[in-house]
Design a binder for this molecule. Structure first.
Ligand code: G3D
Ligand code: MG
Length: 200
């Protein structure tokens, strides 16, 4: 018996939870951004060509539990001449996926500079960041601790929530886990923003 109220939490938690998210996929050229995008969309390896402008894909994904989200991914070319465009694609974004080539030790400093630049623009203050340490399948890939240090992730400051995820985009390893972490960070931020608004 009972008034049914006690059943509410379980009823609510069984209703699929639809939300929509805008995500910009950034990183130096050849880091694996387009491979990440198509692996998430089609769950298969797609032979990529260097991205001249951008690729945009809408993907409906179910994450852990009953959560389902529609993700609008913007994969923006990473060549130097295209990087000024990143700013436009990260305006009003819910999250940023920054892909690095874990083998490319030489360009880690350049990746760090670009990553910090984008995280520090005023529009991106507090936007959750998923750093994908890609190409972990390759023999000479750097380990997570080293990548964290080289990218100076701890210097991003408390305003930017981040997660560093090892991955191999050609087979898809690590991408789902990374996206779940990004999704969690985005939901947390939305909740905090809602609470801030209420207080005002
Ligand atoms: P970009 O969009 O960041 O410029 P791409 O990068 O997605 O076009 O990928 C650049 C190259 O890296 C591609 O190889 C792609 O197959 C490869 N690549 C992407 N992810 C991985 C990975 O996890 N492991 C390995 N070993 N290679 C990966 P090509 O040969 O086409 O240039
Ligand atoms: Mg590309």
């Amino acid at each position: 018996m009972g008034n049914g109220l006690s059943e509410q939490p379980s009823l609510l938690s069984s209703i699929p939870f639809f939300q929509s998210f805008h995500i910009a996929i950034l990183g130096l050229d050849s880091a694996g951004k387009t491979t990440v995008l198509y692996r998430l969309q089609f769950n298969e390896f797609v032979n990529t060509v260097p991205t001249k402008g951008f690729n945009a894909e809408k993907v409906k994904l179910s994450l852990g539990g009953h959560r389902t989200g529609t993700f609008h991914f913007w994969d923006v070319g990473g060549q130097e001449k295209l990087r000024p465009l990143w700013k436009s694609y990260t305006r009003c974004t819910d999250g940023i996926i920054f892909v690095v080539d874990s083998v490319d030790a030489e360009r880690m400093e350049e990746a760090k500079t670009e990553l910090h630049k984008i995280a520090k623009t005023s529009e991106n203050q507090g936007v959750p960041l998923l750093v994908v340490a890609n190409k972990q399948d390759l023999r000479h890939s750097l380990g997570l601790a080293e990548i964290e240090k080289l990218l100076a992730l701890k210097e991003l400051g408390p305003a930017t929530p981040w997660h560093l995820q090892p991955a191999c985009a050609i087979i898809g390893d690590g991408l789902r886990d990374g996206l779940e972490r990004l999704h969690d960070m985005i939901l947390k931020r939305r909740k905090a923003l809602r609470q801030q608004k209420k207080k005002r």
